[in-house]
Design a protein around this ligand. Structure first.
Ligand SMILES: [Zn+2]
Length: 78
């Protein structure tokens, strides 16, 4: 588990891609390092609700962190 203190700040450096009631995704166009594994990630997906079900069929590798308010953050790697 990595530190999630700066994820909301990190999002300001990412390119918004999709957002709906349950999730928001952001493209990492500036090679920001994943807070979990410290490799640059492909995209960040923020799950706003615990019951969110995601289609992750195409994701080869991902790191996950949660924060105090129950949101789940997925860092995908290609
Ligand atoms: Zn990672």
């Amino acid at each position: 588990m990595g530190s999630v203190d700066n994820i909301d700040e990190m999002k300001s450096y990412l390119t918004p891609r999709q957002e709906n009631e349950a999730t928001a995704s952001y493209q990492n166009t500036t090679a920001i390092a994943c807070p979990v594994c410290e490799e640059s990630f492909d995209s960040l997906v923020v799950c706003k609700r615990n019951e969110t079900s995601l289609s992750l069929d195409t994701v080869m590798n991902l790191c996950t962190v949660t924060n105090d308010d129950g949101r789940l953050f997925l860092f995908t790697h290609e």
